[in-house]
Structures are given as structure tokens and as C-alpha cells.
Design a protein around this ligand. Sequence first.
Ligand code: CMP
Length: 140
Amino acid sequence: MAIERTFSIIKPDATRRNLTGGINAKIEAAGLRIVAQKRVKWGQEQAEAFYGVHRERPFFKDLVTFMTSGPIIVQVLEGDNAVAKYREVMGATNPANAAPGTIRKEFAESIEANSVHGSDSADNAKIEISQNFSAFEIVG
Ligand code: CMP
């Protein structure tokens, strides 16, 4: 399988509850390497730009409010089949539907405050990584 990179966010509900280490432990246990990581706080413009694809969805305004409500950890994860693998490790978007052992089953509070984001395709991973990191910040 090809070595791939994906983009990850540890969301404000998780940083608020001091879960960064617990989530990173699950990422690393799955064989993914954290090759870039920083703690930031997004403003409205950054959150709206990142989630622009959801602009017309009914949850968009609340999502932007939530994503700007506290610090987040943005990450680049690297490994075999990283995009699909991280989506498995995260579990379903709605924690009520997430499989046992996944990050969202264990940690998420709701479909909105669902602790983590991961890219949904290799193409989007490239876009999301370049929106959040410069090349010299990523050390494989
Ligand atoms: P994420 O994978 O970051 O992508 C879009 C986010 O919107 C999602 O996780 C949730 O945090 C949030 N969201 C809120 N309500 C919904 C919903 N009904 N369906 C999908 N995503 C939602």
C-alpha cells in the first residue's frame, strides 16, 4: 500500500477536556505517524474558509461558532493508506453510530462536537494540508 498523508484536527471539545494525548495515542497505536502538529485558534474567516464546502448546510453557522470556540490541534498524519485508515480510527461522524474503540465512540460529545476531523480523500488532504502548513513544518 502507498505511503500517504492526511490532515487531522483535534477539535475544541477535545482540547477543552485535555484529550490531545489520548487521541494522539490512538492515532499512533494505529500505525500513523504525526509528522506535523501545532496548537492554534481559528478566527471566523479561517473556519468559514476551511468548511466552505458546507456553507449551504443548516449546521454551517453553528459549526463555525464551535470551531472558533477554543484551541484546536492541526496535524499531518502519515502512513500506509493514511486517509482511509484515519477515517477508520475516527469512527462515524455521529458518535452514536461510531464503532467501539474509535476516537469518536470513546471521546465525542455529539455530531457537532465530534472531537476530530480527518480528510475524506487524498485530493482534499493535499488541499487541507497546504491550507494549514508550510512545507518546512512537515517533517516525515
Ligand atoms: P467533520 O468531519 O469535521 O466535517 C464537517 C463537520 O460538521 C462534522 O465533522 C461535524 O463536526 C459537523 N456537523 C454538525 N452537524 C452535522 C451534521 N448533521 N452532519 C454532518 N456534520 C455535522
